[in-house]
Design a protein around this ligand. Structure first.
Ligand code: ZN
Ligand code: ZN
Length: 71
């Protein structure tokens, strides 16, 4: 795997939009509390690998305002 593929995979969500099944490709964020990585959506339950709610709350551990830009 090339460096570009590696970083692209880290920075873009690989999940699917629920309902449309289109690729999400949203920006990924990392939870500073539990380390979970996922995208942040304006609606809850919008992506198969959504990690954060519209309010920025981690969907894994429930921490608020814990989303950091994944790099
Ligand atoms: Zn996503
Ligand atoms: Zn978390």
């Amino acid at each position: 795997m090339s460096y570009e593929e590696l970083t692209a995979g880290l920075n873009l969500c690989s999940g699917e939009r629920k309902g449309s099944r289109l690729p999400c490709r949203g920006s990924l964020y990392k939870c500073s509390a539990c380390g979970q990585v996922g995208c942040r959506q304006t609606q809850n339950d919008a992506c198969t690998t959504q990690g954060f709610s519209a309010a920025g709350r981690c969907l894994h551990c429930g921490a608020a305002n814990s989303a950091e830009v994944a790099s």
